[in-house]
Design a protein around this ligand. Structure first.
Ligand code: DLL
Length: 441
């Protein structure tokens, strides 16, 4: 069941709906998932104690570690014969996290994503090019089911095989493309190499997410492809893509599907709520999920929330774009910086391409950064296809100065030839950690 007018509903209507579903979810996990029963009992809290939405703060948090500890199916709230789908995260650090869906979960998710695509500019009957990876990753199938539910003609291209994607875009004439922002830049770059103008495709809207990206990256994408690029957010533990979606009218925060997910923002150290508008860790509680409900799941993602009505007319609570994951926050001699903050400044440097990597080295107990950035083709060829040392040295110094003055950290800068940083087909790798010390750096 969903709240049909959720996009314009009053706060009290939304809260009433949320409370009913929160109570059901809490009862469900208490009765069906021993892990939650144990945690609730340890805190002395019973499902009947949840009398208002605010009472959620009495419940325990759930961590990614809890999912790993119960690998693969230990937190599922339904028997296997009620499941119809399983997804899993890639598990870069340790065991993957596995999530399950009942038929109702898949239907709700499709509805949530259909709404998200509508918010992002998709319309029934138009063509949607889906270049998110299909498979255990939730991006491909999540957007696929949502797009079909909306009635869009869905092209399940998946990731990779970029030249073929370009031909398909030319021939099928989609209006919407769904992929990571870094892959869309990659596609645009390849179109240029093939002598095609990326501004002249049929595309009008990009529904881009699954990785952090900055406002400057948006502007670069919109400019290179002549589209409106909007941010879609989600995480497999909570459902997958569609937890929130930005509208092209305002491009000012992502509308959270708050009839399905209750959001809190906490200080990751004190675990106390932070005021609206201030950055903190996003925490989600699912309200309608059957197979894999989550209670106060700590996403590890840093953002803020805003309860004001959006310019587009929707009254739903919005979250800011995600600055980054707490795990990816760099701590350089006591100063905390997210890669997306570095991206923000780097993309202002007109001599650079929007491709970069942050290489981390340890020097004793200290972290040290080498920022690798690509010089743009025009500067590269201006000096006869060779790196002009004085120009490159000046560029390095300029980047160091910008990062020092805005991010308050000292970085080494390596300027690379065009196209030397690996291009992504899905989530871009922005941080590369090295265990050894970089000599002479
Ligand atoms: O990335 C789901 C997704 C697919 C979202 C397609 C959007 C589009 P996971 O693989 O479980 O799920 O990774 C979730 O990716 O906790 C964030 O750290 C990051 N992430 C997802 N969307 C955004 C975004 C999918 N729009 C993790 N901005 C999350 C920044 C994002 N980070």
């Amino acid at each position: 069941m969903i709240l049909h007018n959720f996009e314009t509903a009053s706060k009290s209507e939304v809260e009433h709906f949320q409370l009913q579903h929160l109570q059901q979810t809490v009862r469900r996990v208490y009765e069906k998932v021993p892990f939650y029963k144990k945690k609730f009992d340890e805190l002395g809290v019973k499902p009947g104690d949840i009398q208002s939405v605010i009472d959620i703060t009495r419940l325990p948090f759930t961590l990614k570690k809890d999912l790993r500890d119960h690998y693969p199916f230990g937190l599922f709230a339904v028997p296997q014969n009620e499941l119809i789908r399983i997804h899993a995260s890639s598990g870069t650090s340790g065991k993957p996290t596995v999530v399950g869906y009942t038929k109702n979960d898949i239907n709700n998710w499709a509805e949530i994503v259909a709404r998200a695509i509508t918010i992002g500019g998709g319309k029934p009957g138009e063509i949607m090019h889906n270049a998110y990876g299909y498979g255990l990753f939730t991006g491909g199938l999540g957007l696929h089911y949502g797009s079909e539910k909306l009635g869009m003609v869905t092209v399940p291209v998946s990731g990779g095989n970029t030249d073929r994607q370009i031909t398909i875009i030319e021939d099928f004439k989609p209006t919407v493309i769904c992929c990571t922002p870094s892959y869309l830049l990659n596609l645009a770059e390849r179109m240029g190499e093939l002598g095609k103008n990326p501004r002249e495709t049929s595309l009008k809207f990009g529904i881009l997410g699954a990785e952090p990206w900055s406002e400057e990256m948006r502007q670069t994408i919109e400019d290179r492809l002549n589209i409106k690029a909007c941010d879609i957010y989600g995480l497999s533990e909570v459902i997958g893509p569609g937890v929130s979606m930005e509208c092209p009218e305002a491009q000012d925060g992502l509308h959270i599907a708050e009839d399905h997910f209750l959001v809190e923002v906490i200080d990751p150290l004190t675990l106390l709520p932070v005021p609206d508008g201030e950055d903190g860790e996003l925490v989600f509680t699912s309200l309608t999920k059957e197979a894999f409900p989550v209670i106060r799941y700590r996403s590890g993602d840093v953002a803020s929330i805003n309860r004001e009505k959006c310019k587009c007319g929707r009254t739903t609570i919005r979250m800011s774009r995600v600055k980054g994951r707490i795990d990816d926050m760099l701590n350089i001699r006591g100063v905390n910086v997210f890669p997306s903050q570095i991206e923000h400044f780097l993309l202002h440097v007109k001599e650079l391409e929007p491709h970069y990597q942050i290489h981390l080295f340890k020097k004793g107990s200290l972290q040290h950064i080498e920022l690798q950035a690509e010089v743009c083709e025009s500067l590269y060829y201006e000096v006869n296809g060779d790196m002009h040392h004085t120009k490159i040295d000046n560029l390095k110094k300029e980047i160091q100065r910008i990062i020092k003055s805005h991010c308050l950290i000292t970085v080494d800068v390596e300027i690379l030839q065009p196209k030397s940083i690996p291009r992504s087909e899905g989530k871009a790798v922005r941080i590369v950690s090295h265990s050894e010390v970089k000599m002479g750096g």
